[in-house]
Design a protein around this ligand. Structure first.
Ligand code: GLC
Length: 430
């Protein structure tokens, strides 16, 4: 029998492009922001140098203003739309590589702590300088987040494009996205549907709106202040805020390990602001946390995985804990594999279409971490165990149909391999 751990490592090796990893061959031929952070944690289970390298290659794309872009185009490829010619971000960073103009969830800080913990276990002393460099890059990016994406100091950071959320076509964005015009100046040459069945992907009309938004921000010359005032799509997102808050807590841990007292104070202030913001988003009816549409002023009461992600940052009270536990169990009832990214009882649920129902290993990883943090260890272990089993049955697919357990989207996915390595180690110790 093939050893699945070896197979997971082989996926990472296969998607390695010389120090950075592509999410999968063909469909996503560059380095992606949060994919890379997850992947670095996968590498850290067996090769700490390579894990550091993943983050080091990633920060080469950091912007002068501190933003970590969502894609780093290290080498040209024509198998992805929109490429660097559409983004036109050259003025935002002094050196190559080319990048996209938006960001993605800041898992980087969480990964950095994970890597540094692995370093401490090995007792290696030669990683300190590398760790400092990565820490400084992370701190600059957190400052960018608060300044550019929470100028009103609500303690909630906003996304200006659905791609930033990492959950591109989630029903959570439907209403806000419907207000975005479908007109584009750019010719849309979708490449994704050449690799994957179109019924599993976002629709053409979604792509028109996605591209329209890119054009609006390009016309703002990627200036955060102009973007903030011109954005036709602006959502204070609880998933993003929770990941940032957790990453900030992890940077606090790092700063105390590295004896950086100035940074510590700044990070404490940031953390408290984000925790207060998140706590204000509890919604009794949804039994989870809800994002806020900053343009309509309305709460987004769609039951998607975002509602549970704040567990990774918050200490819930016992009522919230019980509600979330029951809600996750309800979503998973009758499913071959949970947690669906949209509740199966929702009219928006589609079991095979991208972020509208399918299960993603990295989302399960985050939610399981949040459950552990909130003393819901049994449920966490069930989710971790099921994630491992579905990967063993269906392979390292991009995502899984919760009703059938079938593997969907791209094959040989790096972050699915990373999730396998980390969750398996957590459960079995190997
Ligand atoms: C899709 C996903 C996004 C991911 C990227 C690369 O765009 O929605 O979350 O980062 O693919 O895997």
């Amino acid at each position: 029998m093939v050893n699945v751990t070896d197979a997971a490592r082989a996926i990472l090796a296969r998607n390695d492009r010389g120090g950075y990893t592509v999410p999968t061959d063909g469909l996503y031929p560059f380095q992606w922001n949060w994919d890379s952070a997850f992947v670095s944690m996968g590498f850290a289970t067996f090769d700490i140098d390579r894990a550091y390298q993943e983050l080091e290659r990633f920060i080469q794309g950091q912007w002068n203003n501190g933003m970590f872009p969502h894609i780093i185009f290290h080498v040209p490829s024509d198998s992805y739309f929109p490429g660097p010619d559409v983004w036109q971000t050259e003025q935002c960073h002094s050196k190559k590589p080319m990048t996209s103009g938006i960001t993605q969830p800041p898992v980087f800080g969480i990964a950095l702590r994970f890597l540094y913990e692995a370093v401490l276990v090995t007792g290696r002393h030669d990683m300190l300088e590398r760790t400092h460099t990565l820490f400084n890059a992370a701190l600059r990016s957190h400052r960018w987040w608060l300044k550019a994406r929470d100028p009103d100091k609500r303690g909630l950071v906003a996304i200006l494009h659905p791609w930033e959320s990492g959950s591109d076509n989630s029903p959570a964005w439907d209403e806000a996205l419907a207000r975005v015009p479908t007109t584009t100046k750019t010719e849309i040459c979708r490449q994704d549907t050449k690799h994957v069945n179109a019924t599993m992907r976002p629709r053409n009309i979604d792509y028109q709106r996605f591209t329209h938004l890119v054009e609006v921000y390009r016309e703002c010359q990627w200036d955060p202040i102009k973007q903030w005032s011109h954005a036709p799509f602006k959502i204070a997102d609880v998933q993003m805020t929770a990941i940032l808050a957790r990453a900030t807590a992890d940077l606090i841990w790092m700063a105390s390990q590295l004896n950086l007292s100035d940074a510590l104070e700044e990070l404490f202030t940031m953390h408290q602001l984000l925790i207060n913001g998140l706590n204000s988003r509890w919604n009794q009816h949804i039994r989870g946390f809800v994002s806020l549409d900053l343009i309509s002023g309305k709460d987004i009461e769609k039951p998607t995985q975002t509602c549970f992600i704040p567990l990774i940052a918050l200490e819930l009270d016992s009522y919230q804990r019980k509600s979330i536990q029951e809600e996750i169990e309800r979503w998973c009832q009758g499913m071959v594999i949970g947690i669906p990214t949209t509740a199966p009882f929702s009219p928006d649920f589609e079991s095979k279409r991208y972020w509208r129902g399918p299960v993603w290993a990295v989302i399960n990883w985050l939610i399981a971490d949040g459950l552990r943090k909130n003393q819901l260890k049994e449920l966490a272990a069930i989710i971790e165990g099921n994630t491992i089993s579905v990967i063993e049955r269906a392979g390292f697919c991009e995502y899984f149909d919760p009703i059938t357990g079938e593997g969907l989207g791209g094959n040989t996915f790096s972050w699915t391999a990373a999730a396998y390595l980390v969750l398996r180690r957590r459960l079995t110790g190997d």
